[in-house]
Design a protein around this ligand. Sequence first.
Ligand SMILES: CC(C)(COP(=O)(O)OP(=O)(O)OC[C@H]1O[C@@H](n2cnc3c(N)ncnc32)[C@H](O)[C@@H]1OP(=O)(O)O)[C@@H](O)C(=O)NCCC(=O)NCCS
Length: 182
Amino acid sequence: MFLATPDPAYAGAFGRLVDDYRRAGEPTRVAKYAAGEGAFRAYVESLRLAERGIDLPADKVPYHTYWLVDGGEIVGVVRVRPRLTPRAEIYDGHVGYDVPPSHRNKGYGSALLRLALVEARRLGLARVIVTCAAGNAASRRVIERCGGRLLGEVTDDDSGERLNRYELNTPDPDPGRPSPAG
Ligand SMILES: CC(C)(COP(=O)(O)OP(=O)(O)OC[C@H]1O[C@@H](n2cnc3c(N)ncnc32)[C@H](O)[C@@H]1OP(=O)(O)O)[C@@H](O)C(=O)NCCC(=O)NCCS
């Protein structure tokens, strides 16, 4: 199992991921990933550009996408946003992730977040904010297992959704060096 950066070689696996969401009846995520069902190479390129903030909607900050790969399948997707707007700092956080329905409850979500913390550190963050719906017990479990400390609860004024906000430290690869401000 490893975290991969988007690559055209994963076209087949990505198609199976979208099918998984479709079969499970999760239209929001089908819509989120549908662009990858067509011109996959262009989709991968758009993810690479998103890292540099190119061609993003005005309300989106640059983000890095990683795919958790196991046995040739994409068993999780995680996005790391190194710089947040004041609003995103409260409601979105630095890390967002999902595991396709047929792969849930096998530990992939926890592995995904743990490995994303390593990437966040590489991107210069000593700590990250992660938010999740207060009613999302599986995500709360994943965050707490990865060392999340509950900062409090906020209500998203756009959606009305109650969110838990957590803070997590990223792992220090070299404890002898000064740490980034994060
Ligand atoms: C949240 C999500 C990523 C978790 O992925 P996962 O691969 O199932 O995670 P894990 O297997 O590592 O851990 C899930 C934990 O939640 C627990 N869990 C699952 N459903 C649960 C529920 N309804 N109530 C309580 N606990 C639950 C599992 O038992 C497991 O805990 P355990 O290992 O102690 O038994 C996945 O459910 C998902 O993609 N959901 C939709 C998208 C989403 O919510 N993303 C997060 C946004 S913040």
